[in-house]
Write a protein that binds this ligand. Structure first.
Ligand SMILES: [Zn+2]
Length: 339
C-alpha cells in the first residue's frame, strides 16, 4: 500500500512557543530508575541537565507545560497509574513526591498544559456558522466507557459518548466514536488553516457513500523546537475543493479550500479533527502515515477545546492507554468557533 510520509523536519516552519511555557523531561534509566525535571522557560534544557547526571538515560516524554496556568499530569509506574491537575509546577511536584514516597519503579510522566494557544478559527470572521453537530470529540471511543458521575454530570456510569464537559451524549443523535467537530456552513465557505504548517496531503479519497469521492486536507503544525517541540495534525474533511498540495507551507488564516459535502456527509459542513503526534500516553513521538484508502487511526486525536468538565480528569489521556493523548485547548483567545 502506498503511504504518504510526513515531510522532513527541516521542511517545517516551526511555530514560536507562546509566552508562559516551560520545558519538562521525563527520563528512564536501566533498572526502572526514573526522573521528572522541569524548568520555567522555553529556552531551558531539563533533559540535558538529566543526561549530565547519568548519561545513558532515555527520554520517555518531553515537551511544554504552563508556568502559571493549569497543567495535567499522568504518572504511569510499574504498579499503576495516577493523575494530577493543578497550577504551574504544582501537579508535577505532587506526582514526583508521591512516586518517591511510595518508592515507585519505572515511572513515566505525561504532562500537558490545559491551554496552548496556537489555533485561529478555520473560518473567516464574516462566516456565519449555521450549526454545530452535537457531540464533537468523543472521550469514550472504542471499548472505553466512562462514568460521567465522576465529572459532576448526570448520566450513565458506562457512557459510550462523552463530550468535553463530561456530558453523557449516549442517548442523543451524537455520532458514536466521533473524533472531531462538524460545523454547518454553506458549500463554498472558505476554509482556513488554523495555524502555520506544512500540508501533508490534499486528496480525493474513494469512500463507500452516496458521494463516492471525499475531498480532504491534512496539515502538520509544530510548535517549539528540538526535544521539546509539540506536533499536531489538523484534518479538514468534506471540502468541495482544495487549493493546496502536499509539501506546501501554509500560513495561519490561509485559504486551503472551500467547504462542501463531499464523501460521507449528511449535508454541507466542515469536519475538523486534531491529532497529537507528541507525548501521547505511550509514545514520545508518534510515527504518522496516511493510508491510501482510509484516514489514519484516530486513537491519538484530541479535543481542541480541551477537557472542560466541572470536576475530574481527562479520561482519554489515560484510560485509552497506550493510544490516548491528553487534550489541550488549542484556540487563540476569541478564535474558537461557536459550538
Ligand atoms: Zn464529522
Amino acid at each position: 500500500m502506498r503511504q504518504q510520509e510526513a515531510p522532513d523536519d527541516a521542511a517545517n516552519p516551526n511555530i514560536a512557543v507562546p509566552p508562559g511555557m516551560g520545558h519538562y523531561c521525563s527520563m528512564l534509566w536501566r533498572g526502572d530508575r526514573w526522573a521528572l525535571e522541569w524548568e520555567p522557560s522555553s529556552k531551558s534544557d531539563p533533559c540535558g541537565r538529566l543526561r549530565d547526571q547519568q548519561a545513558e538515560g532515555r527520554v520517555a516524554h518531553a515537551g511544554l507545560y504552563s508556568t502559571h496556568g493549569l497543567n495535567n499530569v499522568v504518572m504511569r509506574c510499574r504498579n499503576g497509574v495516577d493523575y494530577w491537575r493543578g497550577v504551574g509546577a504544582g501537579p508535577l511536584k505532587s506526582a514526583v513526591d508521591e512516586a518517591l514516597a511510595s518508592q515507585r519503579r519505572g515511572c513515566v510522566f505525561t504532562v500537558a498544559p490545559d491551554a496552548l494557544p496556537l489555533f485561529d478559527s478555520p473560518f473567516s470572521a464574516s462566516t456565519r456558522i449555521q450549526g454545530h453537530f452535537p457531540g464533537g470529540f468523543d472521550f469514550a471511543q472504542g471499548d472505553v466507557t466512562v462514568d460521567v458521575n465522576g465529572f459532576d454530570q448526570p448520566g450513565l456510569a458506562n457512557a459510550h459518548i462523552v463530550e468535553s464537559h463530561g456530558i453523557d451524549m449516549s442517548n442523543t443523535v451524537a455520532v458514536n466514536d466521533h473524533d472531531g467537530h462538524d460545523w454547518t456552513v454553506p458549500t463554498g465557505t472558505p476554509v482556513l488553516s488554523v495555524a502555520d504548517g506544512v500540508v501533508l496531503l490534499a486528496r480525493d479519497r474513494k469512500v463507500p457513500c452516496e458521494s463516492p469521492i471525499q475531498k480532504e486536507v491534512y496539515i502538520q503544525h509544530i510548535v517549539g523546537s528540538g526535544e521539546y517541540e509539540e506536533r499536531f495534525v489538523t484534518y479538514y474533511a468534506h471540502v468541495d475543493s482544495y487549493s493546496v498540495v502536499a509539501g506546501q507551507r501554509v500560513k495561519k488564516g490561509q485559504v486551503i479550500g472551500l467547504s462542501g459535502e463531499t464523501g460521507c456527509a449528511g449535508g454541507p459542513h466542515l469536519h475538523l479533527a486534531v491529532t497529537r503526534l507528541t507525548n501521547t500516553a505511550s509514545e514520545y513521538r508518534r510515527a504518522y502515515s496516511i493510508p491510501s484508502t482510509d484516514h489514519p487511526p484516530m486513537t491519538s486525536n484530541i479535543e481542541p477545546y480541551g477537557w472542560e468538565a466541572p470536576r475530574g480528569f481527562d479520561p482519554w489521556g489515560w484510560m485509552n492507554y497506550p493510544s490516548g493523548a491528553l487534550s489541550i485547548d488549542l484556540w487563540n483567545p476569541g478564535q474558537a468557533p461557536a459550538r
